[in-house]
Design a protein around this ligand. Structure first.
Ligand SMILES: Cc1ncc(COP(=O)(O)O)c(C=O)c1O
Length: 390
């Protein structure tokens, strides 16, 4: 299977043939936003330059202010927490569940204070968080919910798409993701008011944009008395080239997701019966889209055994698998800088999230983007052999 097909090439050619003329511009942005909203059963979708900008926009659109607290998991790619800092707000870390690796509703409850304004959940590696419980918490405390679905596409929770639960849902089209244009992001939303805020924030605070209208009209900008900027915003707009590629990828989404799920099945066959590793648990009411196939190495000595297992796997011909990212609050930025940033004070230290601290050093993140399944089968066989030798 080709990750980039003739369809992407065709759409990109159209954009180039139009030579970026503003009169014809935004065609693919409009098409992509409409198709994306339809795909996720939501009324609004707003294209962004990436899946970090989307999170920043969502926080600003929810009116999360300087010093407000936002609950996030620490076991994720750190954009989740960085977006909170970009918004001059305070990331408060809730622990994760030991089996699913996703944010724990019980821990969220413990971290709520009267300053909590939002929660950002992450569908880690393609698996949905526990939305029944999380939505109940948000409702009880009147807290906004932002889904960070950068690693998740067409996964489901109790029959609904991940992306249908939060006030906002954020997606990424960075190169490693299920759908890609190299970079890119999408923010979906149910409320027109929030979508208006989001559009304006991501389009330099332009007066003339709205939930469904991403561009100011020519008549407006030709008027010398036209006041463009009504609020402070960033320029987070998606380019037409990015929209063209992403639209083609969206139209091919099922085809692009299938090899990842198939690769995960092959890996599951390979680890069957082994007590050396434990797979991220997918509850039976969830469908996982397997951005990555993630395991925990069951060892008391992760500091040495993680490397020993990886060297053995690589020595057998395995692709070098990834570790889970350092927990966000163990990143130098947080340890050295954030504790002292103006308006932002939080004690970030070991022991904050014990489950995440147990999991992270033991985690093995196997890639699932094998477009040729023979290669995936080969990797699964190597995994099986390595487990037997270890
Ligand atoms: C969970 C998570 N959130 C956010 C991002 C950021 O997305 P982007 O790279 O498009 O900014 C990523 C990955 O890149 C991610 O894995």
């Amino acid at each position: 299977m080709e990750r980039i097909s003739d369809l992407e090439r065709k759409y990109v050619s159209e954009v180039l043939d139009n030579a970026f003329q503003t009169s014809k511009n935004s065609v693919y942005n409009n098409k992509l936003e409409a198709a994306f909203a339809k795909a996720f059963n939501v009324p609004y979708a707003i294209g962004h330059i990436n899946g970090t900008a989307t999170l920043h926009t969502a926080l600003a659109a929810l009116d999360v202010q300087l010093g407000d607290e936002v609950i996030v998991p620490p076991l994720t790619m750190s954009s989740t927490a960085l977006a909170v800092l970009q918004n001059n707000s305070v990331p408060v870390f809730a622990d994760v569940d030991r089996d699913t690796y996703n944010i724990s509703p019980a821990s969220i409850k413990e971290k709520i204070t009267d300053k909590t304004k939002a929660i950002i959940t992450v569908a880690l590696y393609g698996l949905s968080p526990e939305y029944d419980e999380i939505l109940a918490i948000c409702k009880e405390h009147n807290i906004g919910l932002i889904e960070d679905n950068a690693e998740c596409f067409y996964s489901t929770y109790k029959g609904k798409y991940v992306g249908e639960f939060g006030d906002f849902a954020s997606f990424s089209f960075q190169a490693s993701k299920h759908l890609t244009a190299g970079e890119g992001g999408m923010l979906t939303c149910f409320s027109e008011e929030l979508a208006n805020n989001a559009r304006r924030f991501s389009s330099l605070g332009y007066a003339g944009v709205s939930a469904k209208q991403g561009k100011i009209t020519r008549d407006d900008i030709q008027d010398p008395n036209y006041s463009r900027h009504v609020s402070l915003g960033f320029n987070y707009r998606m380019s037409e080239l990015c929209a063209a590629v992403t639209l083609a990828q969206l139209e091919r989404a099922e085809e692009l997701i299938a090899p990842r799920v198939k690769t995960a099945e092959l890996f599951s066959e390979a680890i069957k019966g082994s007590s050396l590793v434990t797979l991220q648990h997918t509850p039976d009411y969830c469908i996982n889209s397997y951005w990555s196939y993630s395991l925990v190495l069951n060892t008391d000595k992760p500091a040495t055994e993680w490397y020993r297992f990886r060297n053995l796997f690589k020595g057998n011909g395995g692709d070098g698998y990834y570790a889970a990212w350092k927990l966000s609050y163990f990143e130098p930025l947080f340890l050295q800088k954030v504790q002292n940033m103006k308006g932002i004070w939080q004690q970030y230290e070991a022991g904050l999230c014990p489950n995440a601290e147990y999991l992270q050093p033991r985690m093995i993140q196997l890639k699932t983007n094998y477009w040729n399944l023979d290669e995936a089968k080969q990797q699964a066989d190597i995994l099986h052999k390595t487990l037997q030798q270890f």
